[in-house]
Design a protein around this ligand. Sequence first.
Ligand code: NAI
Length: 643
Amino acid sequence: MTLLTVRRDGEIAVVTLDNPPVNAISEAVRKGLYDLAERLDEDPEVRAVVLVCAGRTFLAGADVREFGQPPVEPHLPDVVDRIEAAEKPWVAAIHGAALGGGFEIAMGCRFRVAVESARVGLPEVTLGVIPGASGTVRTPRLAGVEAAVELVTSGKPLAAAKALDAGLIDAVVSGDLETAAVEFARASLAAEMPLPVSKRPLQPMPDDFWQAARKAAARAGHKAPLRALDSIRFATETSFAAAMAHERETFLDLRASDEAAALRHVFFAERAAPKPAALKGIDPRPVKLVGVIGGGTMGAGIAGACREAGMEIILIERDAEAVARGLDNVAKIFDGAVKRGKLTEKGRAERMAGVRGSTDYADLAQADLVIEAVFEEIGVKRAVFAELGRVCRPDAVLATNTSYLDPRAIAEGLPNPERFIGLHFFSPAHIMKLLEIVPTPETAPEVLATGFALARALNKMPVQAGICEGFIGNRILKRYRAEAEVLVTQGVAISEIDAAMRGYGFRMGPFEAQDLGGLDIAFLQREGARAEGQHVPETLGDILVRAGRKGQKTGGGWYDYAEGDRAALPSPQVAELLAARIVDARELPRPEIAAHLVAAMAAEGAAILEEGIAQRPEDIDLVEVHGYGFPRWKGGPMFASRG
Ligand code: NAI
């Protein structure tokens, strides 16, 4: 394989880069491009250059293997400058994605053309850094300050048509990309040549623009978007060279930050999660027809998610009325997508046409996969699986969405128990990314592989969990909440604990989150365990529920709420109810509160690892980041508490 090949099409040189799998910008790629720009400038027969990539994408970004390593020459900014300084204009021919350094190289080119399916963007902030090779300096010159701010601070790539509107690319082409790019290059030679991007003028923006942009960038919760904004602003107020030096300095500074390390950690964990090494070579079973039992909160969300991924759905409920309600719940999900402009009316109708309701289990005879999401009661669930055992194909994968029950007990007596597995979705199931996959000792490897394949099809983040109460996520949640209650008994104010966790990066603290979700579900669970004779000490939450305080839905829980208002107000009644349990009057600074609670989560995580419930610490971090609102830029509790 040759990294870079050059062919001639008349006066146009076509440079093809081939660095599988994603044409990452390795040291060899940087050096190769730099040298080629020199060489082609010296070739008198060449008048313009087309840069195109082999394989599935344009240069998709930095080489992830070089992340966190000291930078090696030639540095990317020099490569971009060299391409821009070429006497022969370069045309970037983009398919797949031109991201990060890939888009910066494209900005070094005099022109950018892309196929319709291509995307361009500067996602650096999602890894805790800012673009390091002129992304914050060239983009505002190319597309204007406003578009640059949006692209760089959000990190979200744009599809070709939108990129064209924003001025990030010059043309969207159809047909063969290389041919179209050569034609474009040839035509451009006949017209007036635009200035290189670095030489284009910049529009200064008024103060209130920057203030609004600052507010928006701060919402991300971590530093990189704000620093990216500063970098763009600096670029509008100074020379190109000074702005480049400033950008580079910021990039190197952020690259060494804890936040960037945390975001890289999550990035690598996410890359590894969908394809566990232990399942290599094991084929999942094909899944086209999915049965969902129960059309409530979870069942409808699961049905919606599977349908969205193109599967046909049969939704089983208890009676005709419940079927209608269940189908309505699914329809609401698609209605929401229509409202948000993500789905057309026609698409909605097509989606619903693939969801059939029934009360008859016999309709599941041909299902490839059945996911049970009925009430969290062992008797009800067992009855469901007894039916499924009778009607389903022996190779159909049968799954439970239980939160707390022991999957082994649910599957007891099921014929062909090797096809049984826990698939624990999170609410709302069509939105939340996390999927805990819980095999029993009898689950066959290809059934486990089917769970992971389903997660990939649904665009979810799969994590394998062993069997224990609450699996990984809910077990850690329980410990977190218990530890937060301990702080309350020591005299730390409830509102201080919530504020501390918000300050750490959670959207909500532990108490306000319970008020939103309701305190009664966990209470009923504890009561159930007590009824079975288990010793479950009374929690502070129990005291509140017994006093009728179940959360926002009853007008109060840990806080009071004025009617029709979600603002949490400290509650004199709660203070009174809990007074006897508060033994101290401790004051803790907020960062210490957060550190204490994160350490408690990590301690539970360590126990979970030791028991083999989780396979890797990264898996625990993924569960927390994707299922429980743990701030991504802190890396998850295991990463945050590493030695
Ligand atoms: P839900 O009460 O909203 O829905 C349950 C549905 O199952 C109802 O529509 C009911 O009519 C139906 N159903 C009950 N028995 C049935 C039967 N024998 N045959 C067919 N349909 C039957 O409950 P939700 O919240 O959807 O929970 C379902 C399961 O998902 C439970 O095991 C729960 O622990 C679990 N889960 C719930 C989460 C949540 O946040 N709500 C999160 C993750 C799991």
